[in-house]
Design a protein. Structure first.
Length: 435
């Protein structure tokens, strides 16, 4: 058995060592001088250890008492280490309210670069739940407490809001479980408890004749020329209203006929490249002649430092006689794609497969082919060109001829995959020539 005088006389060594007191209790002396109480025990045939504290904060008598309590738990087939961890989770959970966890989760989303609009929506969901469960410890919130809060939202007729708020609560509970401040996600047991809202799609013009009428009406629009040009550009570029109205001149590459939306302004948070037709370029050049100050393509009327407001384009459509039931700017994005795909509006899987990413792939291929053709053109007439690229040089000539005649030969489509495979070899070869 250890005595207090013996413990005080212990000195650190180059390696950790143990001094036993008895009944599995021992003192671990670290090289830095720390003296740590440990309890060694066996349960279910496995040896385990339990930390009891640090000396002198935990004295000899207290350490023996903790060791005695742990042995009583083992006698009842309770793992003292698991019991200690559960107690810690309970203590931490009782000190962390639902509001505090929600704030912490929102701060995490902010650090991960979520858009301000997304963060504002999360705070709105938090505020809806705050009067009912915000001050409750997250671990003590029951499914009944959460259901009452959601039903109060539902009774106001806000069915979609209630479902989305339930999803937000589920994210908070999952985060609390991951950070050891809750043990259960009560949202899982509430599936089916709320009214499922009927999905209402944005109004869109699906009849080709009506689309033509709309385009002719836009062409004769007598309001601000910036608004008219924005409405005329929309069916060419398929951009979301927020991406269109907040567009900046730095996004436009007139030389390569590409409109690139930065990741910060896209819904999926990744850059989006849109090829520009000759009509789109003509409209953009007309926009340049307006000589608006600032960096926005479509500045606000009273403050050129801000883009046009969210409802500007929809209000313009209404002035043209297009009511909300007949079409909105965002809903009309689907009109050309549905017509060009030859599929009905109800053919959801087919419409998803026909997304604008196809155009992105096309412009990426065109970039690669253009870059390779330009690179190879500099080699024509060179005497030291590698013979394995001779066939590629001939293909480049055919490609340039197809551009001049505006007829894409079948060989180009067949050789796209081959060119992509050879691209790395060409870059390496060209780098060696430069060296």
């Amino acid at each position: 058995m250890l005595t207090l005088r013996q413990i005080q006389s212990l000195r650190p060594r180059s390696k950790p060592y143990k001094i036993y007191d008895g009944n599995g209790l021992f003192l671990l002396i670290q090289p830095n001088g720390s003296r740590l109480w440990r309890f060694r025990y066996r349960l279910y045939g496995r040896e385990r250890r339990l930390s009891l504290g640090k000396f002198p904060q935990v004295g000899l008598r207290t350490a023996r008492a903790k060791c005695h309590d742990a042995r009583d738990q083992i006698a009842g087939e309770i793992d003292p280490a698991v019991a200690k961890r559960s107690k810690l989770v309970t203590m931490v959970g009782s000190a962390a309210t639902f509001r505090a966890i929600a704030d912490e989760y929102i701060d995490k989303m902010k650090a991960e670069g979520k858009a301000p609009a997304t963060l504002a929506k999360l705070r709105w969901f938090r505020d809806l739940l705050d009067p009912h469960i915000g001050s409750r410890p997250v671990g003590s919130v029951s499914p009944y407490d959460l259901l009452i809060a959601l039903k109060l939202i539902e009774r106001r007729g806000l069915h979609e809001t209630a479902v989305r708020t339930r999803g937000f609560a589920g994210r908070i509970f999952r985060y609390a479980i991951a950070t050891l401040r809750a043990e259960h996600n009560h949202v899982e047991v509430l599936r089916g408890a709320l009214i499922v809202p009927k999905v209402t799609h944005r109004a869109a013009i699906l009849d080709p004749r009506h689309v033509g009428e709309l385009l002719r009406a836009i062409q004769s629009y007598t309001g601000r020329p910036e608004t008219r040009i924005a409405l005329q550009l929309a069916p060419h570029v398929f951009l979301r209203p927020g991406e269109l109205r907040a567009a900046e001149w730095s996004d436009i590459d007139f030389d390569n006929a590409v409109w690139t939306i930065p990741a910060a302004r896209t819904k999926m948070r990744r850059p989006h490249a849109v090829p520009l037709s000759s009509q789109s370029l003509a409209l953009l050049r007309e926009l340049v002649t307006l000589s608006n100050p600032g960096h926005y393509l479509f500045p606000a009327l009273h403050d050129w430092r801000q883009p046009i407001c969210e409802n500007n384009l929809n209000n313009a459509l209404r002035r043209l006689g297009r009511r909300a039931a007949n079409g909105t700017q965002n809903g009309n994005r689907t009109s050309p794609t549905r017509e060009s795909s030859g599929r009905s509006a109800n053919d959801r899987p087919a419409l998803k497969a026909n997304r604008i990413t196809f155009l992105q792939r096309q412009i990426e291929r065109k970039r690669k082919i253009d870059g390779l053709a330009s690179l190879i053109a500099t080699w024509q007439g060179a005497e030291d060109i590698d013979p394995k690229f001779a066939e590629l040089v001939e293909f480049a000539r055919a490609y340039h001829q197809s551009l001049e005649t505006r007829i894409a030969p079948t060989a180009i489509a067949e050789r796209l995959s081959d060119l992509k495979l050879m691209a790395n070899d060409i870059v390496v070869y060209d780098t060696k020539r430069l060296d």
